[in-house]
Design a protein around this ligand. Structure first.
Ligand code: SF4
Length: 322
């Protein structure tokens, strides 16, 4: 089976059971984003490709760990030999750290506000990165919002100042103020990701009460001017009720600005629990639209060095999953 077809099918399911030899060292635990707080996930790789699957003993996809990371993935009676990847923090090859594990906002697809996590101290973060320094190539930072958008930004800027000592590419994804891109650029951050999350302003108003869609577009535009093409990203969730045409319009608007969209299949949690995940066919169709839009704009996801477009665990990424 072609990797793109297999990955679309796996992302459409989103989970796998895990059996065989003990595999604790391969299990990633997430404290950020819509998948936060689950029972863990694994990264299954075939050749240079990978996919992240949440662990679920009832999943129709089975991964059997044969030992030393070698694993067989069983999907619809077909066996794929691959390997499990060891996460740095959260994902392989990177320390991807959530600074604040709680949020004052309540986006309807996200579990973070319900988890009531805490803010990590700068000392803790430095220690975490230091502990995996020899097996990562980048540091990525994300955060909920503890008190206010402005207060969160200033704390994250402090964190970033400290992390520069590791001399690794830094990627930052937070909910921005109007001046966040400028502040991050001044600190030497390599890449930024400001997430639209939703394809249309109407859906955004329903899904993300209290947040400002227009500001995200303005900040993305400013970011490309500062960081350049191929260094600015934005997550858009697939499966929140948008049509393919609406998604295509959003993708093309992003790429024409110079932003690389990260098209994230809906993980139906929080208030979206029970909503079907997007089908493999839809993910493939969106993948083709995405690839065309990137090519037209001269954007190349293979150049990403931090965050999700570099990781590729949760999404189909043109150029990397082709
Ligand atoms: S694609 Fe992004 S959210 Fe998914 S595991 Fe990788 S870094 Fe984390």
């Amino acid at each position: 089976m072609q990797w793109t077809d297999l990955k679309a099918a796996l992302l459409s399911t989103g989970s796998a059971s895990l059996s065989g030899e003990p595999a604790e060292q391969f299990i990633a635990r997430s404290s950020a984003g819509p998948g936060a707080g689950g029972s863990g996930a694994v990264f299954f790789a075939r050749g240079g490709h990978r996919v992240k699957l949440a662990l679920d003993p009832l999943s129709r996809i089975e991964i059997v760990h044969r030992g030393n990371g070698v694993a067989d993935l069983c999907y619809e009676g077909t066996l794929t030999r691959g390997r499990l990847l060891e996460p740095g923090f959260h994902c392989p090859d990177q320390a991807f750290i959530t600074v604040t594990g709680s949020c004052i906002f309540s986006c309807r697809y996200c579990t973070v506000p319900r988890l009531g996590g805490r803010r990590k101290t700068i000392e803790e973060i430095m220690e975490m990165v230091g502990s995996v320094r020899d097996r990562i190539g980048a540091i990525s930072i994300t955060s909920g919002v503890l008190e206010s958008i402005e207060e969160e930004e200033s704390y994250v800027l402090e964190v970033v100042k400290h992390l520069r000592v590791f001399d690794l590419p830094l990627g930052v994804s937070i909910y921005p103020t109007a001046t966040t891109p400028d502040s991050l650029k001044e600190l030497g951050v390599a890449e930024v990701k400001f997430n639209l999350e939703v394809a249309t302003p109407g859906l955004f108003a329903k899904m993300c009460p209290g947040l400002d869609y227009d500001r995200l577009w303005q900040v993305l535009d400013r970011s490309v001017k500062l960081f350049g093409k191929n260094r600015v990203f934005s997550n858009v969730i697939v499966g929140l009720g948008e049509t393919d045409a609406e998604l295509e319009t959003c993708i093309e608007k992003l790429t024409s600005l110079g932003v690389i969209p990260v098209l994230r299949p809906l993980n139906p949690v929080a208030e979206r629990a029970g909503t079907p995940r997007p089908s493999a066919e839809r993910l493939k169709k969106i993948f083709d639209i995405h690839a065309r839009a990137l090519a037209t704009a001269g954007l190349d996801p293979r150049l990403a060095v931090t965050m999700c477009t570099s990781c590729t665990g949760c999404d189909l990424v043109p150029g990397r999953d082709s």
